[in-house]
Ligand binder design. Sequence first.
Ligand SMILES: Nc1nc2c(ncn2[C@@H]2O[C@H](COP(=O)(O)OP(=O)(O)OP(=O)(O)O)[C@@H](O)[C@H]2O)c(=O)[nH]1
Ligand SMILES: [Mg+2]
Ligand SMILES: [Zn+2]
Length: 309
Amino acid sequence: MMPAAETQPGLVIANFGRTLLVEAGDGTSSPCVARKSAGQAVCGDRVQWQAGHGDAHGAVVAIEPRRSLLARSDARGKSRPLCANIDQLIIVAAPLAGATASGINHSLIDHYLVTAELLGLGAVLVVNKMDLAEETPALRLRDDMAAYRAMGYELCLVSAKTRLGLSELGAVLATRTSVFVGESGVGKSSLLQALLPDRAIRIGALSAASGKGRHTTTSTLLFHLPRGGDIIDSPGVREFRLWSIGAAELARGFREFRPFLADCRFRDCGHDGEPGCAVSLACERGMIGRQRLDSYRAILRELPAAEYD
Ligand SMILES: Nc1nc2c(ncn2[C@@H]2O[C@H](COP(=O)(O)OP(=O)(O)OP(=O)(O)O)[C@@H](O)[C@H]2O)c(=O)[nH]1
Ligand SMILES: [Mg+2]
Ligand SMILES: [Zn+2]
């Protein structure tokens, strides 16, 4: 009879569909599959697992309780877990080359900010490719993004190419677990590679792992940073839909709205043109940005009708 495999603690550092890469306490990693009874493990999960014999995959037998879980909706609106145990979202954006406006996708940024607020996670805004921002649009971009800084969000203007602002970004990532989120092509993986010391090795490991020639990220992967802290790289998205939340919850997700929410005439005010709306008034007085109120109203219209009313 074979001795029962020993159960040991581990950390999920990659998920490629059904196969997970689990890192043991000694830093080695093994491909594993999760037992059905364990549930769906994702990058960042602390797990109990058993090594496989020979070429056989190991088995994840249990997932430790999570302190946070980031999920996103798939095309059919079903929520899919993306990564676990993160402390903050690093929302990466980039200016469009040669554009006259800033080219920043504010709608996506605001969706992620609401997500962070409602999950109780930190959020940091990163604008990459600052080397591409030409003079006038760059000024505009700095202005646009400074509004987020005024709300109390940390903002880093960086370039993976010229290494502008990378030590600042490195400091923000140290000692915490973070996830890079944002549109495809904004440079999430490039920033990660610029922050890792053994970058050539890492790039090699990445393309070998995905087995694809393309650089676009297809799996969620966790890396340990040299200054401490872990960072999870995730595939880019075109849009990020919120799970089912109500209008009141959505409004609380816009942190600069909060001081005004109790002052609307109607207790269930949707801040969408109702008379006596304190949020609209604050916007007219310049205390809430027009773009943020527009963003709030756009997201309100995406919510399922039952919750909207
Ligand atoms: N000029 C310039 N180009 C950059 C910079 N950072 C990344 N790029 C380029 O932008 C392209 C996309 O970069 P990636 O790092 O693959 O972007 P990503 O966000 O990881 O994309 P997905 O994995 O598809 O989500 C690549 O061609 C990079 O070389 C930068 O700071 N400046
Ligand atoms: Mg990538
Ligand atoms: Zn209102």
